[in-house]
Design a protein. Structure first.
Length: 766
């Protein structure tokens, strides 16, 4: 059975609207200061949340999650059902039909049962409202669904039960049902009159009073009195426990009608209530709002909420994990940040003897001193905090790590102890920002990096497998030296244990990667030397003989058999090339081809040059087999052709750029100048060849190399192509196309390529 209070839908609570403060997070960041350190738990929903409208609100429904019932209402029931457990109250109120009343026979219990029966009846009658998801009741209510409700009979029954009731809380609950009946049957003025005559200033302002006020505010809104509605919603948000979130949503709709309740606001309490809700909606002036609140009442616990929101906003700036700012430093202190102002506020609150929860303010002051890089003050203040033991422990660890200029063995022993006491656990993406260990690892990685301990800086965040596309010999050498180091600390041993690939010998993998490195460096002899040292590791993809072929059809997603049509590599002279082979065998094939380039027979030299040209273009970042040497796919251009400001990992590491190596994989090396190497081999082929068909093909392939250079390096020699009235683009002035057009237009290949290659047609048409 649907519970009767969750069916009382006062305005929407689930739909997210673009109100002040929503969607404010643009980047991930470390949240080190626990937001729930504030003393007023009922205001937790308004703490900052990166992914939800309200703090701690699940984004996904989990049917196994235990139902959390409205605390304010349950606690209020406890006042009259003193001998009941919390679980009994929850079941009786929210699962009435399944509650056993057999032994609940006291006078109060009988009256409670009578009330709950009536409340259940009301909820059943108005259950159709649960499907409505509109704030505007004139649109939300389907007249056909409530025209047949006998409102008078329902009200008569409520009044009859009310007359018999003497318990003040139960009387208030009947008032609540009467207001609901008026509200849901669109008798708004009757509801307002009833509230003003029977309830306002006559009932204690407990949770039930604010449930009633919430309903009455909805009636004012539907009657067009938006300012009064806003004023009431302000009260509900500030004073109620259960209705804060719905009141916040409802207040936002009032502001859409240019009403915020200020007209009815009188006195300090009203001023504070309005100041809070305005601050929650718009944090652009949050520092001044906190100062105003302190002037009104420095001991109001809502100041902690506003301060915590502002502090979380500072954390977003100073502890960002965004890759751009992360390259600079941590903490990243903007000149116009609020960290100085918040520190002054915390110190002001500490100096005020009337302010409670002093440990909150002392710990805040300590943390902000740390952010301001005054570590001595931060540590001294933290020592005086007597509560918040877990938060204090975490901050003390962070402060310690941030004092290190270098990391000595005793520091590594400290790190190892901390991580053993706080072992790794599986953390979802959404929780990463709350894992303080990630921040200290960032700082540890930075300290290693700054002191040229490249291997440990890398292994703090990465496994050796992450070297795959980086092509940094300096890193590979450092990783090898670190592995061979004797007398490692426990933390160093742990780094190797955690970051070595399972079932793969560490040095074999390093030697394999060095072999790949030298293949890209066009040095197959050195590559073979390192592949020979590797006894166990093989790449996940073998190399096909077609890597020595070439393609006219440009189609990276097509099978190589559909694009690699040239068959020269199948000639008997190249019988040493298998159909499939390892990278070690690739190095051997390249060495054999280089040897053939020095053969006495010119035709052998010519064809060896041709195959080598094919190979080096194919593994370039515009070639069909790009990514194959590192066992990666060849999709897509955005993976292989970067902007002109992009720096590859080998240069980043060599120059010690960035804060640490946590994002080094975003600098995987993609450009090796291989198209220039290919052009030289094709030119050598042309110099030795009298075969016009082969020469025409070589010129076309050289044009592809020219385009590769254009994509990677740009060119001042271009021509503009107008594809249509909306789109223009530039292409290089192909020297190879020029010669192909002038000297080889009588070849079959020319006819083939003029039909296949749109760029060649565009060049010819200029």
């Amino acid at each position: 059975m649907k519970n009767f209070l969750t069916l009382i839908i006062l305005f929407i609570t689930s739909t997210i609207f673009a109100c002040g403060g929503e969607g404010w997070y643009g980047m991930s960041f470390y949240s080190l200061f626990k937001q729930t350190n504030i003393s007023a738990e009922e205001f937790y929903p308004f703490l900052r949340d990166e992914y939800s409208r309200f703090y701690g609100e699940d984004n996904y429904y989990d049917e196994n999650t235990k139902k959390i019932y409205p605390k304010g209402n349950v606690d209020l029931w406890k006042e009259i059902l003193k001998n009941w457990t919390k679980e009994e109250i929850e079941k009786a109120v929210y699962n009435y039909n399944n509650f056993d009343w057999k032994y609940k026979n006291s006078a109060v219990e009988k009256n409670v049962k009578t009330y709950l029966e009536f409340a259940q009846e009301c909820s059943t009658i108005f259950s159709y409202r649960i499907v409505k998801n509109s704030w505007d009741y004139d649109e939300a209510l389907l007249k056909s669904e409530h025209e047949n409700i006998d409102t008078q009979a329902l009200l008569s029954k409520a009044n009859l039960l009310l007359e018999k009731e003497t318990n003040l809380q139960l009387k208030a609950r009947y008032y609540y049902q009467i207001i609901r009946i008026f509200h849901y049957t669109e008798n708004y003025s009757d509801a307002i009159i009833f509230f003003e005559s029977k309830i306002e200033n006559k009932l204690p302002k407990n949770e039930m009073y604010y449930y009633i006020l919430d309903q009455t505010a909805g009636c004012h809104y539907s009657s067009g009195n938006y300012d009064m509605a806003a004023y009431y919603f302000t009260k509900v948000l500030n004073k109620s426990i259960d209705r804060k979130k719905s009141a916040y949503n409802s207040f936002n709709f009032c502001t859409f009608k240019h009403a915020d309740g200020e007209h009815y606001s009188k006195g300090v309490e009203d001023e504070k209530d309005l100041l809070l809700i305005r601050s929650l909606r718009d944090f652009s002036d949050e520092i001044n709002n906190i100062k105003k609140f302190i002037t009104l009442n420095a001991n109001d616990n809502r100041i902690e909420l506003l301060f915590m929101r502002a502090l979380s906003n500072v954390e977003q700036e100073v502890w960002t994990t965004d890759s751009y700012n992360h390259k600079k430093k941590l903490p990243y202190l903007a000149e116009d940040g609020n960290h100085h102002s918040l520190l002054q506020i915390a110190e002001q609150q500490i100096a005020n003897a009337t302010v409670k929860n002093q440990d909150f303010w002392i710990m805040s002051s300590s943390y902000l001193s740390f952010i301001n890089q005054d570590l001595i003050a931060a540590k001294n203040k933290l020592k005086t905090v007597k509560t918040f033991s877990n938060q204090k422990k975490i901050l003390s660890i962070i402060y310690e790590v941030f004092t290190w200029k270098t990391i000595r063995p005793e520091n590594e022993n400290y790190i190892n102890k901390v991580l053993l006491e706080n072992p790794n656990k599986e953390i979802s993406f959404w929780d990463n920002k709350n894992d303080w260990r990630l921040l200290i690892l960032d700082k540890i990685g930075h300290t290693y990096y700054k002191n040229n301990e490249i291997a440990k800086a890398f292994l703090v965040h990465k496994t050796i497998e992450n070297t795959n596309k980086l092509q940094s010999l300096e890193l590979l050498n450092a990783l090898e030296i670190f592995y061979l180091k004797t007398n490692k600390s426990d933390y160093e041993k742990q780094l190797l244990k955690n970051n070595t690939i399972k079932n793969i010998a560490y040095l074999d993998y390093i030697n394999y990667q060095k072999g790949v490195y030298y293949l890209y460096e066009k040095n197959p002899t050195l590559a073979l030397e390192f592949f020979t040292k590797n006894k166990s590791y093989k790449g996940s993809k073998t190399i096909p003989a077609k890597i020595f072929s070439n393609n006219i059809k440009e189609c990276f997603e097509c099978p190589d058999a559909d694009v690699m049509k040239d068959q020269v590599y199948n000639a008997s002279i190249f019988s040493f090339i298998k159909n499939e082979f390892s990278r070690k065998e690739l190095a051997e094939n390249l060495i054999a081809l280089e040897k053939l380039r020095h053969d006495k027979k010119q035709w052998k030299v010519k064809l060896a040059n041709y195959l080598l040209g094919n190979y080096y273009f194919n593994i370039s970042n515009t070639g069909y087999y790009r990514g194959l040497l590192t066992s990666n796919g060849n999709c897509c251009n955005y993976n292989y052709i970067k902007g002109d400001k992009y720096k590859a990992a080998d240069q980043v590491i060599k120059n010690k750029e960035g804060y640490n190596l946590s994002d080094i994989e975003s600098h995987n090396k993609h450009y090796f100048g291989l198209s220039d190497t290919a052009i030289n081999y094709y030119q050598n082929t042309l110099d030795l060849s009298t075969d016009k068909e082969l020469n025409a093909r070589c010129l076309y392939l050289m044009a592809k190399c020219e385009l590769n250079n254009f994509y990677n390096l740009g060119s001042t020699e271009t021509f503009e192509v107008k594809q249509n009235e909306y789109y223009k683009f530039k292409l290089p002035q192909y020297k190879s196309f020029k010669l192909l057009n002038e000297a080889y237009s009588d070849t079959e290949f020319y006819d083939q390529i003029i039909g296949e290659c749109s760029y060649f047609r565009l060049y010819n048409s200029q």
